[in-house]
Design a protein around this ligand. Structure first.
Ligand code: GDD
Length: 280
């Protein structure tokens, strides 16, 4: 059975307090995961105010709905490694200072602190998971990992010959979303609310991701197929992220199962089969 057939959707909008209050009333939840945001970093420069409304103030609206209707429910806020931005120490942990580099990152810092503030002000079980980049075949096409796997799959199927990226030197600590969602759930099963960094503890450049993706289709001359353009460069870049998830490993007992190479392979192979299915 497809996952969509197992869940019931209740409409809500982070810009509309009433819709959130009524969604919490209707669902009467024990656990709430706020994963909603304007989450594409590049768009946050062209829509900074809207990004702030969703990614920052939206968290307060959600917390208010929970506080008013179901204050005993456990609340998870999706904080982000983008809050570390221009990093102050390496690797980044729960105690590393924030220095966000985009309107998105700034909004996430607000969301992070308002979650902690509701925990401290109202004694709510509100936790914040500082997740480093997490990817899967379900990633949107605008994000770099899926953009690469999708285009490499197209090249493999001879549907195109090349594609265009931005900064190939940026480094990210990439993990598998399935592993990271398990960590979110684990955070809400604890006796006490607390904040955790979730990361693999190793990083790779965009270029390495590209190389690895081409390896999956048996191509070593990847440079012949990848161009770069300033169109995909950012006004302020986050150059280097690598997380320290020691606390999550020790306290939650969290252990990721999918490594970097397996993740890249999974994404390219899924895109190849998806394109084949869609061409039938
Ligand atoms: N999207 C994109 N497209 N990024 C590119 C490209 C391109 O063509 N070329 C190079 N990059 C570089 C970006 O400049 C950035 O340094 C890196 O690839 C990753 O970009 P994204 O995949 O867009 O992700 P992100 O790191 O900015 O943010 C993601 O991870 C955060 C941390 O978990 C998003 O999912 C955020 O919502 C999330 O908070």
């Amino acid at each position: 059975m497809h996952i969509q057939d197992k869940i019931q959707l209740i409409p809500g909008d982070l810009l509309d307090q009433q819709s959130l209050t009524s969604a919490v009333t209707q669902s009467d939840p024990d656990e709430i995961y706020n994963l909603a945001a304007q989450s594409f970093v590049a768009t946050s420069w062209s829509q900074p105010v809207l990004t702030g409304e969703f990614t920052a103030l939206g968290v307060t609206r959600m917390l208010e709905a929970v506080r008013q209707i179901k204050p005993k429910a456990k609340f998870y806020q999706a904080s982000s490694s983008e809050m570390f931005g221009k990093v102050h120490e390496t690797p980044q942990s729960e105690t590393t200072p924030f220095h966000p580099r985009s309107p998105y990152g700034v909004g996430k810092v607000y969301g992070h602190w308002i979650t902690i503030n509701y925990r401290e002000s109202y004694d709510m079980f509100a936790v914040s998971g500082i997740l480093f980049n997490h990817e899967s075949p379900r990633r949107g096409l605008e994000f770099v990992t899926r953009k690469i796997s999708h285009n490499v799959a197209k090249i493999h199927l001879k549907l195109q010959d090349s594609f265009i990226l931005g900064n190939l030197e940026a480094k990210r600590d990439w993990g598998f979303s399935g592993d990271y969602v398990e960590a979110m759930w684990m955070m809400l099963q604890q006796d006490k609310p607390d904040d955790y960094v979730i990361a693999m503890g190793e990083n790779h450049s965009v270029k390495e991701f590209v190389k690895e993706a081409f390896k999956v289709i048996g191509v070593s001359s990847w440079e012949e197929h990848v161009k770069t353009s300033s169109e995909f460069m950012r006004p302020a870049e986050v150059d280097f992220l690598i997380g320290d998830a020691t606390k999550a490993k020790e306290v939650l007992g969290w252990k990721p199962k999918v490594d970097f190479k397996t993740l890249v392979k999974m994404m390219v192979e899924e895109d190849i089969s998806l394109l084949k299915k869609n061409s039938k």
